[in-house]
Write a protein that binds this ligand. Structure first.
Ligand SMILES: NC(=O)c1ccc[n+]([C@@H]2O[C@H](COP(=O)([O-])OP(=O)(O)OC[C@H]3O[C@@H](n4cnc5c(N)ncnc54)[C@H](O)[C@@H]3O)[C@@H](O)[C@H]2O)c1
Length: 382
């Protein structure tokens, strides 16, 4: 019989649903040596939590996350709370001997992220994971493999954008618009993903930020449940230019005020021998350009990344072109987390706290570049 892996989850809203779904689905679709068990879910609102636990099949629930650390039955704690909670919760769980999977960004501030990274280094036997889930979209996992196989040759240019539209003036003052909870706005929310994606795909670190602009357009928002307004203290848009250690230049753009875009998480990579482009709004497709075809016959090849044996994760799911969606990235990631916990190799590398700390340093460098109107070398950001 497959052994159980008792999991606790903190946070029961957006990511709470995405993670509960992955926990529910993973053993149906992947053959894994451990079966994740929905042991205890934690949130703040007891009434909502009770209904959530019943709906998603959690064995128990608590409004006190500290109880999870004390429970010897729990092996993995999954954190899906606002960014300012990540450090305290993750460090407590590591100190209590639990493996930790934490939502992105690693933290709201570089200081918190560093503390988490240090805590993980102190507990070497424990595994840490950060939910940069887009790495496990099959098209991006295939892009990773094509780059490793040298199909792009030397990489010259990366163009990454993450554009959404839900953050207009009528959106209330959620925790995501409060610096003390979120750390930053579109930057930590969206640039975090595309910085991780670019670092993952290139397999290289960013060397320098050459310039950045950060802008808050909406200064006040209605406080939820009240008539009065409060200060929106985060950026609404951050754009920056960077270069990688291998020499490639890159641009990153994030905003939640791009009216025609709902979740346009996209990246284009141009190299000596070819190019790749991806847009999450067409997430089953990877566009590949092979420069050896020349100008006469060359052009973008549209690859439907759903073919078992050809595309990462495809064998776990449906027949060709019976396409995947947002939630599959989380289930694919959970399958890889379980593999790593059993000493196996994930399909493509998983980000741990050390890896996500590097993304956090890039985010911090871009904010410094915007604030000081100057270039910032990553070596200046610890
Ligand atoms: N990987 C992704 O694509 C992705 C997408 C959305 C959000 N996120 C990240 O997930 C995290 C949560 O975001 P969300 O959109 O789910 O937020 P949310 O507001 O929908 O949910 C936050 C949850 O945390 C709980 N919570 C807050 N403080 C708590 C405490 N002290 N103890 C216990 N529970 C507490 C709330 O009750 C709520 O259930 C953030 O770090 C965010 O950046 C990642």
């Amino acid at each position: 019989m497959t052994k159980p892996l008792n999991v606790a989850l903190i946070g029961q809203k957006f990511m709470g649903r995405a993670h509960s779904n992955a926990l529910s689905q993973v053993s149906h679709f992947f053959d894994l040596p451990l079966k994740p068990v929905k042991h205890t879910v934690c949130g703040r609102d007891e009434k909502e939590l009770k209904a959530f636990a019943a709906r998603w099949g959690w064995q128990s629930y608590t409004t006190r996350w500290g109880e999870l650390a004390e429970n010897p039955e729990i092996a993995l704690v999954d954190i899906g709370t606002p960014n300012d909670m990540h450090a305290e919760q993750a460090i407590a769980m590591l100190e209590a001997g639990k493996h930790v999977a934490c939502e992105k960004p690693l933290a709201g501030t570089l200081a918190d992220a560093r503390a988490m990274h240090e805590a993980a280094k102190r507990r070497k036997k424990l595994k840490t994971f950060v939910w940069y889930n887009y790495r496990r979209v099959p098209a991006l996992a295939l892009a990773y493999r094509l780059i490793r196989e040298g199909r792009l040759g030397r990489i010259y240019h990366v163009r990454a954008k993450y554009l959404q539209s839900w953050g207009g003036k009528d959106t209330p003052l959620l925790w995501r618009f409060q610096k003390k909870h979120a750390g930053s706005g579109a930057h930590g929310d969206l640039n975090a993903h595309i910085v991780d994606m670019a670092r993952f795909l290139l397999g290289e670190e960013v060397a320098e930020i050459h310039g950045a602009v950060s802008k808050t357009f909406i200064e006040e928002r209605r406080i939820p449940g009240q008539e009065k307004k409060g200060r929106s203290s985060v950026d609404d848009a951050v754009l920056f230019l960077a270069s990688f250690k291998g020499g490639a230049v890159a641009s990153f753009e994030a905003t939640r005020l791009a009216a025609p875009h709902q979740n346009a998480n996209s990246i284009e990579i141009n190299g000596e021998k070819g190019a790749l482009r991806f847009d999450f709004e067409d997430m089953n497709l990877l566009q590949f350009y092979d420069a050896s075809h020349g100008l006469r016959e060359g052009g973008w090849t549209r690859i439907m990344c759903t073919s078992a044996g050809n595309h990462p994760y495809a064998e776990a799911w449906w027949p060709d072109a019976h396409i995947l969606g947002y939630e599959h990235g989380f289930t694919n990631m959970l399958a890889d987390i379980v593999r790593v916990l059993c000493g196996r190799t994930p399909e493509v590398p998983l980000p741990d706290f050390a890896d996500a700390y590097e993304t956090q340093r890039v985010l911090e460098a871009a904010l410094l570049a915007a604030r000081n109107r100057c270039a910032i070398k990553l070596s200046e950001v610890e």
